[in-house]
Design a protein around this ligand. Sequence first.
Ligand code: FNR
Length: 381
Amino acid sequence: MAAHLGCHNIADLRKKARRRLPLGVWEYLERGVEDELGLARNRAAFDALTVRPRVLRGVDKIDTACEILGISAPLPLAIAPTGAAGMMWHEGDLALARAAAEAGVPFTISSASTMDIEQIATAGGRRWFQLYLWENRALSHAVMDRAASMGCDTLMVTLDLPVPPNREYILRNGFATPFKLNPRNIADVLLHPRWLTGVMGRYALSGGIPTQANLPDQLRAKVTQGAMPGAFFKQDDLDWAGVSELRRRWPGKFILKGVLHPDDARRALDTGADGVVVSNHGGRALDCSIASIDALPAIVAAVGNRSAVILDSGVRRGSDIAKALALGADFVMVGRAPLYGLSAFGQAGVERALEILRTELVRTMAMMGARSIGELRQSLS
Ligand code: FNR
């Protein structure tokens, strides 16, 4: 049982994270792109969805067990890939992975993680690897080989950032690269002494600010000296043939992240994908993108009986998970929710975030009259 930590919901963890982090790191965690309409749209779409509960179903035992890409899991949830977790907590990737392992849910290692695959793998548990491609594809293939040899059973290729996203706040905060100290961020860092000592101080003692750990040696640069996570990646020329090649190279499960159109979902299956992640990158890619939960039903109708359909972007409550599954998703991924917990309390905070989502899901299922994930799925369609 995760410690309570004085947080009743994900919003409580978010508040504590906000207080702990300097503005530059906080905004990297929290913000969307441009006018942040996509970010708001994800939430508005979830909020607008309602359910028609059933009564007298005998809901004294609620079972959230399910299958996630062929393997049983206690909860229909995986942790989404997020770069720069090491700036939110000392060795943040490891804390996320350990909490996921503890909860029995998959953890996705980001291509832009601040610890390398080998270090994160020491957490145990089920791990996946998320791929962004470098221009020199051979370097990416080498990272894929490392991920496979470190026991990642699933490759998730992210498709929704063909070009870098427009994150204007990063430039303003001076957390862009090369890292520039300016009066605003010096004062801000000094005003967050717990972060300064607990995160930066510990790195200073153990060999320096984290690098983008999965970068091949040829491209390696410190986060403070090189590009922000993701900036070195270049996949604007990636096409379906390129995805087929990745499929052929990868021995395990293969899923495509950032699919919002049913025709692309069909094409993904033709290419041999085992599933698609219906995602708009948490409102961090294209600001005018459809909300993922709004895109879900058409994709479920197109490919739901032949492949895994995963909903990602905007999940903050267990009831959001219930809504996504009721619309036909197999499971959801969460990005910011665990990062709030991580930034506030490290591994214990991630465990708390997962526990909050689990208990909220159980309560929602009981209220809806759905005793199992099977009963919940498609109950809205
Ligand atoms: C992300 N996301 C992301 N996605 C990805 O494929 N590779 C990555 O390296 C990252 N990095 C990243 C960093 C941070 C700080 C955030 C918040 C998100 C997107 C992530 O995987 C997921 O799609 C969204 O976070 C889902 O939306 P919610 O749950 O944050 O609303």
